[in-house]
Design a protein around this ligand. Structure first.
Ligand code: HEC
Ligand code: HEC
Ligand code: HEC
Ligand code: HEC
Length: 456
């Protein structure tokens, strides 16, 4: 994960003041827009599915314990973990920092702490009509992922409460890994309503990069991963996360290519434009040639999610992998044209999506095996030179996948993943200065990693 500033406790006071202003703003009629689709906001009767805010979960006997409750399936430390370690708790606060404030000026949206454009992803942004009495917007809090709580809050603390029944009462089903990934991606990739585009990136917003298991570990997880009955469960979670991420990025492309703003630079390979120049004789780009685009010198589509996920697809649904490759080859050429045929691109993206769907269904209905895990890992190492040439983002996505997979494999064999830490540190050093990323160095680091990571 990238280096980020550390937030002090003193700054939390600012958040509180900011939250007050935002909730005042939100109670104005103008803010009572419909909830964004795909955000998991139930449109059921408002009184049954209001949002209560994280304060209602924070009691020591509920989710605010300091130490995990002995013998309990639920850790009960979830709130403590979120408030003290999880960046989501500070998500509204960052809208007050100098980078955000400058972003607000560049984009002409005023104070980002009051701009819907930002709050959509940086707070528990729900319509005023759905807010309970002690509701607070600040932070990406519990209900941003677990759904509006008034429908299930009382029920879920009863002795024989079941997850299924809580879901019926409006809890979002984060146990379903497809739904879980889609939920993360509403903010970590975006939807038609929640958008991070190149205009925002140029104004200072970080580019959105995601990998389900790597990001869950970084949150960090406030739940325990139960692998006693299935040691390879994290491998399957990884696979589903990869394929759902690819599917969502295809949907995003189909949407963007049809919008008035195309080429949308955030969908292209960033470092096709943002790289330093060398003497012609030293240029790795010229040495590699300009495949995968309509003409030399055009920026190419960013395919970081595809290049890693195709190895996942190959392990789970082998016949689908060459079919996906064929569609993606055409899609990349079509999407690179400056005067794009948007119907053609959208149709190819839809075809690719249907193939990815088959992989998702397969991953959901079969168990991960040690062979699958090592075949994905071996495949990624074999692809390293090809992935390396497709740019920094592609390499970064592959590196995250390698770390997640080899960690999962080590754990399932009862080995200590910490032994591989040095290897990953070296791998991730390749991304510290992305504009001067060098595929030859990345390939070399991958070779080294391959020999350091035990693959059966
Ligand atoms: C589509 C959802 C989305 C929207 C809309 C959005 N953001 Fe973000 N923002 C994110 C995510 C996700 C991250 C974390 C990215 C990462 O680290 O991978 C982030 C990170 C940031 C960061 C870096 C935080 C840090 O700790 O360094 C800043 C600053 C920021 N956003 C400001 C804004 C501002 C200002 C706006 C409105 C103009 C905005 N964001 C709109 C999703 C969004
Ligand atoms: C960014 C999304 C996100 C946020 C914010 C979040 N959670 Fe979670 N939570 C998850 C995911 C994903 C899981 C794992 C899947 C599961 O078990 O439901 C989980 C699991 C849990 C579990 C374990 C459920 C079980 O049956 O094992 C509890 C309890 C929980 N969260 C409570 C909270 C509380 C309380 C908060 C707020 C302080 C919170 N969560 C905030 C995503 C989130
Ligand atoms: C409602 C929007 C939203 C949802 C849903 C969401 N996130 Fe986030 N996430 C954010 C924002 C905004 C930030 C940036 C916060 C900051 O930097 O202060 C962020 C930051 C993070 C970070 C820190 C990134 C870094 O660079 O250090 C991780 C890790 C993360 N999210 C994981 C997840 C996972 C895993 C899920 C799903 C289980 C998820 N998020 C769901 C909005 C969201
Ligand atoms: C088609 C070319 C192109 C692509 C692709 C592209 N950008 Fe840009 N980017 C530009 C141009 C042009 C500017 C504004 C001119 C300038 O750099 O001064 C810019 C500006 C920026 C800036 C602000 C410049 C600075 O020095 O701070 C950032 C950051 C940025 N882009 C990041 C990205 C990221 C991340 C991606 C991929 C998600 C990306 N760009 C994709 C052309 C591109």
């Amino acid at each position: 994960m990238r280096e980020r500033p550390f937030f002090t406790v003193a700054a939390a006071v600012v958040v509180f003041a900011a939250a007050l202003t935002t909730s005042l703003r939100a109670s104005a009629p103008a803010a009572t827009a419909l909830p964004p689709t795909g955000s998991g906001v139930s449109r059921a009767v408002a009184s049954e599915s209001n949002y209560v805010g994280p304060g209602s979960c924070s009691a020591v006997a509920c989710h605010g314990a300091i130490r995990p409750a002995p013998g309990s399936r639920i850790l009960q430390t979830e709130y403590s973990t979120w408030v003290s370690q999880d960046r989501h708790a500070r998500a509204t606060e960052v809208l007050a920092n100098p980078v955000s404030q400058r972003m607000g000026r560049i984009l002409g949206i005023g104070n980002p702490q009051q701009a819907q454009k930002c709050l959509l992803c940086h707070s528990l942004d729900v319509p005023a009509a759905l807010r309970g009495r002690n509701f607070a917007t600040e932070g990406v809090s519990c209900e941003a992922c677990h759904g509006p709580a008034t429908g299930w809050l009382g029920y879920h603390v009863t002795n024989d409460a079941s997850h299924e029944e809580s879901v019926k009462r409006g809890m979002y089903d984060t146990k379903d890994v497809v739904k879980r990934t889609d939920k993360c991606l509403t903010c970590h990739l975006g939807t038609s309503e929640k958008v991070v585009d190149h205009e925002m990136i140029a104004a200072g917003h970080p580019d959105l990069v995601f990998e389900l298991e790597a990001f869950s570990a970084a949150m960090p997880r406030h739940w325990s991963e139960k692998t006693d009955t299935d040691a390879y469960k994290p491998v399957r979670t990884f696979a589903v996360g990869q394929l759902v991420h690819l599917r969502a990025s295809l949907d995003s492309l189909a949407r963007r290519v049809k919008s008035p703003i195309w080429p949308e630079y955030a969908a292209l390979d960033c470092f096709a434009c943002h790289h330093g120049l060398t003497r012609a004789a030293d240029s790795w780009r010229q040495a590699q040639g300009y495949e995968h685009r309509a003409r030399p010198g055009l920026p190419q589509l960013q395919v970081s999610r595809y290049l890693t996920a195709r190895r996942v697809l190959q392990a789970w649904e082998p016949p689908a992998a060459p079919e996906l490759d064929a569609v993606m080859a055409k899609l990349q050429i079509e999407a690179s044209r400056l005067s794009v045929r948007s119907d053609e691109v959208a149709s190819l993206a839809t075809q690719a999506r249907a193939i990815v769907d088959r992989g998702i269904n397969r991953a959901l209905t079969s168990m991960a095996t040690p062979e699958m895990a090592s075949s994905m890992l071996r495949g990624l190492f074999a692809d390293a030179p090809a992935i390396a040439e497709r740019g920094e983002r592609a390499a970064e996505q592959a590196a995250m996948a390698i770390e997640v997979l080899s960690t999962a494999i080590a754990k399932s064999r009862g080995q200590d993943p910490a032994a591989m830490q040095g290897t990953f540190t070296e791998l991730f050093q390749q991304f510290e200065s992305p504009s001067s990323y060098d595929p030859r160095k990345f390939s070399a680091a991958m070779k080294k990693a391959e020999s350091a990571i035990p693959i059966r």
